[in-house]
Every structure is written in structure tokens, then in C-alpha cells.
Design a protein around this ligand. Structure first.
Ligand SMILES: [Zn+2]
Ligand SMILES: [Zn+2]
Length: 332
């Protein structure tokens, strides 16, 4: 089963209002802004390590801000933008719905509705013609894959062609509060970048404290989160184990699990897109699934699609199933 909202009809007579400022085509000013948003934090990330030594290391406060803001935005995207808004893997009470929309927007990965529309299109065409970010776009040879990885990691975002929000996310456009949060993306970005220097400045009562907090908690954090998120599109569609049946090249990449909040179990995700848990096998860390469970226990989330053992087993490909049987026979 894929994402059902793909199939929602959109009415031509009453076009839904846009949830982003740019419309269907990106303008050149947007392209430049995007370039700045990608390069400035990345330069900060590259400078971070030598500078940290020069400054006598990173302070606990700056490190704490980095980690806190990183996981706030990351879970906002993985639980909110991805598992909830894109795939509907659980239902959320209104306060949780709004909180997830805001937390995800703080990750600075573009407006909510655009994110969801792009991602639903990715699942519809995964690694075939129409996928906005497949690393196999240019072919199977090594040079083609290198070019494809660059495309899937970053370059696809500069493509002029935009995914139709009316076609792919009419359910979100129909909710005025969600439309508003999506349109206000710039303000969430400013807030996200302003919190660390504000806290750092107030705690240390110094401009220097505000500056180092901005460097670590805002710039380095955003760059790191960007590259981890984009790695799901590039690395997790090029390498990794594929124990589950999916019609694309998605793989499970264990070493990205902690940083990606469980999203790098990407092969399972493509095999069963609506599952609330991606790390379904023993020992597979999935902090997003853990937090969804807490939300369920507190009553904020309900109708959570936890995969049963039988369902997980039905998604395994034949090779993996027979290997498991052999192992079990050996152990017996
Ligand atoms: Zn994917
Ligand atoms: Zn997905």
C-alpha cells in the first residue's frame, strides 16, 4: 500500500489557496535564497572543527543547544512532516498536529506543504521516472551514480519544476491553520535561528556567548540536520541492506539511525510506508517510533499503525525469509 492521499481528488473549479509563497515555479530570487541556506550553514559546519579547538572547545551550553535544537527539528520532520502529515501513520489531537507542524518547520527544510507534496511524489515514483530525487536518475554506471547522488542529495531542490501541491497535498491545503504555518515558513526559520543566540546571550550575559551559541546551535545544527535528512534521499537509495520487498533501491543504513531519528531504516519504510515504526527488527534504534508511543500513551496520538509481526514477515523478500529459516534451523 502506498500513500492514500495521492488519490484524493482536487477540484478544478475551486482551486485551493497556495501554502507557499513561490507558487508552482521557483523564481530566481528563491533559487539564490536556497543556495545561501545550503552553503552558509555548510561552510559553518566545515569551519566548526578547527574553530572549536581555537576557542578552547565547544561549551556545554552551546553543545546542549545544538543537540536540543537538532533533535527538536529532526523529530518535527520525522514524526510530523514525514510519518504523520505525509503518510498518516497515526492520528493526532489538534494540539499535537499544530506542534508537529511548527517543530518540523524549525528544521529549515522548506514549507510543510511543499515538503509533503515532494515526498508523496517520491513514494509514488520511487527510483523511476517522476521521482523528484532518485540517485539513479542518470543511469547505473559509476559516473552516472556519482552525478545521481549529487542530484538526490542537493541538486534536485534547484529544479524549476515544482510538485503540484493541489494534486499531492489537498488534505493539508484544506486546513487553514496548516496552510498558515506552511506559508509562514520564513518566520519559523527566523525563530529557529534566533533561539540559540538568545539563550546563549542571556545565560552568559555576553555578545560572545550569543555569537558562539548562534554558530553551534543555529548554523552548525542546521547544516548537520540538512545533510542527514538529504542522506536519506541519496545514501539510503544507493546502499544498505534490502531485506524487505520494495520496487525501488531503498536500503536500511544502520550508521545513520541515531542521527536520522530512525529514518534510515528506509527499506522497511518503502516496503510499508504507513508503518509508524521504521526500525522494526531487534536492535534497530528508532527514536521517532519511541516518541510516537509516548504520544499514544498520553492520549495525544491515536489509531497508530504499529506493524504486527505477521505484517512485517509478509513484507520480507524471499531471499531474506529463507536465510532466516536456515539460521533458525542451525540454531535448533
Ligand atoms: Zn525514499
Ligand atoms: Zn516516506
Amino acid at each position: 500500500m502506498t500513500t492514500s492521499p495521492d488519490l484524493l481528488p482536487s477540484s478544478d473549479k475551486n482551486p485551493l489557496p497556495s501554502a507557499t509563497l513561490g507558487g508552482e515555479k521557483k523564481r530566481s530570487i528563491e533559487q539564490i535564497a536556497l543556495l545561501l541556506f545550503i552553503t552558509v550553514p555548510f561552510v559553518a559546519l566545515v569551519l566548526a572543527v578547527p574553530l572549536a579547538w581555537g576557542w578552547g572547545g565547544v561549551s556545554w551550553l552551546d553543545l546542549g543547544l545544538l543537540v536540543f535544537m537538532y533533535y527538536l527539528g529532526c523529530h518535527g520532520v520525522t514524526i510530523g512532516f514525514h510519518r504523520y502529515f505525509t503518510h498518516g501513520s497515526f492520528k493526532a489531537k489538534r494540539p499535537l498536529r499544530i506542534a508537529l507542524a511548527v517543530a518540523g518547520s524549525m528544521a529549515v527544510e522548506g514549507p510543510l506543504v511543499r515538503w509533503v507534496a515532494d515526498h508523496r511524489r517520491h513514494h509514488k515514483f520511487s527510483d523511476a521516472e517522476g521521482d523528484p530525487h532518485s540517485p539513479w536518475r542518470f543511469g547505473e554506471t559509476l559516473p552516472a551514480l556519482m552525478k545521481g547522488l549529487w542530484w538526490a542529495h542537493i541538486a534536485w531542490m534547484f529544479d524549476e519544476e515544482q510538485t503540484s501541491q493541489e494534486k499531492y497535498a489537498p488534505d493539508l491545503l484544506a486546513d487553514p491553520a496548516i496552510r498558515r504555518i506552511s506559508r509562514d515558513f520564513v518566520w519559523w526559520t527566523i525563530l529557529s535561528l534566533a533561539i540559540p543566540p538568545l539563550v546563549g546571550g542571556l545565560v552568559t550575559m555576553s555578545w560572545w556567548g550569543a555569537f558562539t551559541a548562534f554558530f553551534w546551535g543555529s548554523l552548525v545544527r542546521v547544516a548537520l540536520l540538512h545533510h542527514v535528512t538529504w542522506s536519506i534521499n541519496s545514501i539510503c537509495h544507493a546502499v544498505g541492506k534490502r531485506p524487505f520487498k520494495s520496487r525501488d533501491r531503498s536500503g536500511n543504513v544502520w550508521w545513520l539511525a541515531v542521527l536520522s531519528c530512525g529514518e534510515s531504516w528506509h527499506n522497511l519504510h518503502h516496503a510499508d510506508p504507513t508503518s509508524a515504526r521504521h526500525g522494526v527488527m531487534r536492535g534497530q534504534i528508532d527514536s521517532s517510533a519511541r516518541i510516537i508511543r509516548w504520544c499514544e500513551q498520553s492520549g495525544l496520538a491515536y489509531d497508530v499503525r504499529w506493524p504486527s509481526a505477521a505484517r512485517i514477515d509478509s513484507k520480507r523478500n524471499e531471499g531474506d525469509r529463507s536465510r532466516r529459516k536456515e539460521k533458525a534451523a542451525e540454531a535448533a
